[in-house]
Design a protein around this ligand. Structure first.
Ligand SMILES: [Zn+2]
Length: 539
């Protein structure tokens, strides 16, 4: 039997749903699907692991073919059996494999085999997936040749590719030698054949990692109890440590009836937090009233809060109870407390001290049972120094003080919040499939959010209204957000910088935007991952 006498139609049995090679099942694959898998593998497990996986895959395949060849046929010589490997490789459509030379001793030492691979399907896959490479890529081919020869000789024979179509050579070619005949400089490449040990080490490492994660999870579960609670009471997922601390403080605060002062920038969610405290408190079943003290002129605010008697001022037609009276047994939230006048400050102090109010134009006092939660974006200690805010009122209001961090200091919460708002907007605007294009996320994370959560909500509403086909693209976000990441300021382009400096900075920026994802970055830069890798090494 000679290798060239093998004909696929004679050894293959085609029946519906099965291709059989004398008892071994084969499946045809599509090269584009393989190309995609190569790409996915590189992204999921990295280039090193991908090389090993592909090499090992080829190795098992070659090993099994060598076994089949000796089971099915009787060979005139070991050399013929060895040459049947390239023949099978060719017949299976992988590559046209041509044996250029083959030498070995009786005992299988000094093995030397040269193969030319024409039209390597694997090189084609690589070109489809990544474009031109700067190194040899036919890992499954070297794996196959090695696995095949190793089975035949009962000794480790490893092939290494030295020319490859994927890097621009006309054909691919490879040399096979005994493992110990390869010089040290090929050690790295030979390691690709030894995946098994590596995987066992990986499993060990992963086990240790898993144990550590388990412990972390137990700790997290403790915190989750708190967060679940928060979610039930109107907060979306909170991921940031800083806001978790705020919630923890609010939880502990809620139980007591003391006044609370919430500080923080506008739009940071002070009212949401006040509502949360109310809902957790013993007053939860009663009314929660929110008043923006900065939005009303003094006299109107006074009558709103304390009520009035008919005829006490123009427009006061009948007796009216104020918000304090209307909020009996509930909570009143006084936003922008730093804006109220000294006269009103004094009246408020009275409420806090005596738990009673007097309607405008009336001399009778009325008892009120209301918990006061105040909020401000001002620094009240400064207002006290300036003399515009009463110190005694401050201490009455700030029995408990909670500072809400600005959104830029709780970046982990940006995306969960954005998703939450998108869901809400989808309902509100009747755009059921509304979603963010992933390219928006980097902009959202990079923006400084001076207007905090409110700015995020408004930005997304604007973008949702402008969205096309339910998709929010970066161009629909307010320019203030997308401008944050303009890649270079005019100063950066001053004419005293070298091209290399500009290139280095630009690559850095693109990597930052892609979250250090090199294959994404390469795509944006329109260069191959290998070229990017080379440039990164250079810089
Ligand atoms: Zn190749």
């Amino acid at each position: 039997m000679k290798p060239e006498d093998i004909h696929l139609e004679e050894i293959l049995d085609f029946s519906p749903g099965r291709i059989d090679l004398k008892g071994r099942r084969l499946v045809l694959h599509d090269i584009h699907a393989f190309a995609q898998m190569r790409k996915d593998l590189v992204e999921m497990v990295g280039i090193e692991q991908t090389r090993r996986l592909l090499t090992r895959f080829g190795f098992s395949w070659g090993y099994a073919d060598a076994a089949a060849m000796t089971r099915i046929f009787k060979w005139d010589s070991l050399a013929d059996w060895l040459k049947a490997g390239p023949r099978m490789h060719t017949l299976q459509g992988v590559t046209r494999s041509v044996v250029k030379s083959l030498d070995f001793d009786e005992d299988g030492e000094n093995f030397n085999m040269h193969l030319d691979w024409h039209h390597s399907g694997e090189a084609e896959e690589h070109l489809i997936a990544f474009g031109k490479s700067d190194h040899c890529v036919c890992r499954m081919l070297v794996g196959y040749a090695s696995g095949y020869a190793t089975f035949c000789l009962g000794k480790n024979i490893y092939f290494i590719e030295n020319k490859c179509r994927a890097k621009g050579d006309r054909i691919c070619s490879a040399t096979g030698k005994n493992e110990n005949a390869w010089p040290d400089e090929f050690k790295d490449q030979l390691a690709n054949f030894k995946e098994v040990d590596h995987i066992q080490k990986k499993i060990k490492d992963l086990t240790i990692l898993l144990k550590r994660k388990d412990r972390q999870l137990a700790n997290q579960n403790k915190r989750l109890g708190l967060l679940d609670h928060a979610k039930k009471h109107g907060f979306v997922e909170v991921h940031s440590r800083s806001f978790q601390r705020v919630l923890d403080l609010a939880n502990r605060t809620a139980r007591y009836d003391s006044s609370v002062l919430i500080t923080g920038e506008s739009g940071a969610g002070k009212e949401v937090l006040a509502r949360y405290i109310h809902k957790l408190s013993a007053r939860a079943d009663n009314v929660f009233t929110a008043v923006n003290c900065g939005a009303l002129p003094e006299t109107l605010l006074e009558s709103e809060l304390f009520g009035h008697q008919a005829g006490s001022f123009t427009g006061a037609i009948k007796n009216r109870a104020g918000l304090f009276e209307q909020s009996q047994k509930g909570t009143i939230f006084l936003d922008e407390i730093g804006d109220i006048t000294p006269a009103l400050q004094l009246k408020l102090l009275r409420v806090l001290q005596e738990k009673e109010i007097m309607r405008v134009g009336e001399s009778k006092t009325r008892k009120v049972d209301v918990r006061i939660i105040a909020a401000t974006n001002k620094i009240l200690s400064e207002e006290i120094t300036k003399g515009s805010f009463r110190e005694d009122l401050f201490y009455r209001l700030a029995v408990l003080e909670i500072e809400v961090p600005p959104l830029r200091d709780r970046k982990d919460d940006i995306l969960p919040l954005a998703r939450h708002f998108i869901q809400r907007l989808a309902k509100k605007l009747n755009l059921p499939d509304l979603h963010l294009d992933p390219s928006c996320l980097d902009y959202l994370l990079a923006h400084n959010w001076p207007g905090n959560v409110r700015e995020l909500e408004n930005a997304l509403e604007r973008a949702a209204v402008l969205s096309r086909n339910n998709l929010i693209l970066p161009e629909f976000l307010p320019p203030a957000i997308t401008r944050t990441q303009s890649l270079s300021s005019p100063a950066d382009l001053s004419p005293n910088r070298t091209l290399a400096e500009v290139e280095k900075q630009y690559i850095g920026t693109v990597l930052k935007i892609t979250g250090q994802n090199k294959s994404k970055a390469a795509k944006i830069l329109d260069i191959s991952p290998a070229t990017l890798w080379r440039k990164l090494k250079k810089y």
